[in-house]
Design a protein around this ligand. Sequence first.
Ligand code: OSB
Ligand code: MG
Length: 387
Amino acid sequence: MTSLRVDRLVLREIRLPLRERFEISSGWVEERRILLLELHHPDGPVAWAECVAGERPNYSPETIDTAWLAIREWLGPKVLAHTFPGPDALAGTLADGIRGHPMAKAAVEMGFWCMAAELEQVSLARRLGGTLERVPVGISLGIQGSPGDLATKASEAVVQGYRKVKLKIRPGADHDYVAAAREAVGPEHGLAVDANAAYTLADTEELRRLDDFHLMMIEQPLATGDLVRHAELQARLQTPICLDESIVHVASAEDMIALGSGRIINVKPGRVGGLLAARAIHGVAEAHGMPVWCGGMLESGIGRAYNVALASLRNFTLPGDLSPSRRYWERDIVEPEWTMTGDGFVVVPFDVPGLGVDVNVDRIDDLTVRTEELAPRGSSDSPAPSP
Ligand code: OSB
Ligand code: MG
């Protein structure tokens, strides 16, 4: 077997306009600035990966620019021209002496998983141990101008087949919006809300009023570090709490379970430093009978491929934020684009090696606004930015 090794790492920034503005409690985005990584094996194979960090630090402290710096200065040099026994060895190497920067680490680590799958000519989903052939899909709707606008979007989503409709909320744009959406989707349809950490325990009564709408979950109502406070809140709510931002590694998932800080986990590989940790969190949750689902970060089709592969693990039973390419982009950067069946599933491409989709390099070239190539230290001068 060819050894797992990368001798050239190319960072690229592309700009991809969203078809519609996406607003959450802490900010909004109209055009994604996306960091892509190209990992080159000495024998020719290339793996593509995506860093999910946003342009501004409103979801977590990382941004595309901090990730670029971390990969160029610390993470790239640690892995380049180094032979790994397998992709599960990457996370430990990247953690050694480098704190934080989980999204930057995840991009590198995930690229090695894809490279391993390519070298072994198996799909990433199979390489990870996935078994689900199709995964249920939910839509995440940004905060809209009015409850009526949200109701329209929510009913459209139901017609399209989405199995869960998630609404972004914030103080002042919650109860009336949720009421309008519940009315629009009907009493039985899966409905959820995501506050992106916009509330405090002082809002408990306001949040308790949402119990009337029989939501599948309320995602991340309180701040990232608030595991104890989430436990207090969960004890006072009927609606299950799902944690997103708070779950940053396996230990926070264990702590959440021990404390009763919630009943569901949103797993995002970028948030936890990569696929190894994401899979381990999935396993901890499964051992405690807790369902998980795969979250999204408005990824391009490359990042989405990793999420779909992860979501094929057997405890990903709840609908994931795995919307088809058309929901986000006029045109994606992979072929075929990601699609959803009429009954709301994404089909896992088990029979295609690697990502399961082809990367459209010509289109990426057209969209690229910045490139930097990292070669092993010593083999050339310091990394040289291209024009
Ligand atoms: O909290 O899940 C979130 C997008 C950006 C930042 C945070 C979140 C989201 C989403 C989008 O909800 C989900 C998607 O990719 O469709
Ligand atoms: Mg969330």
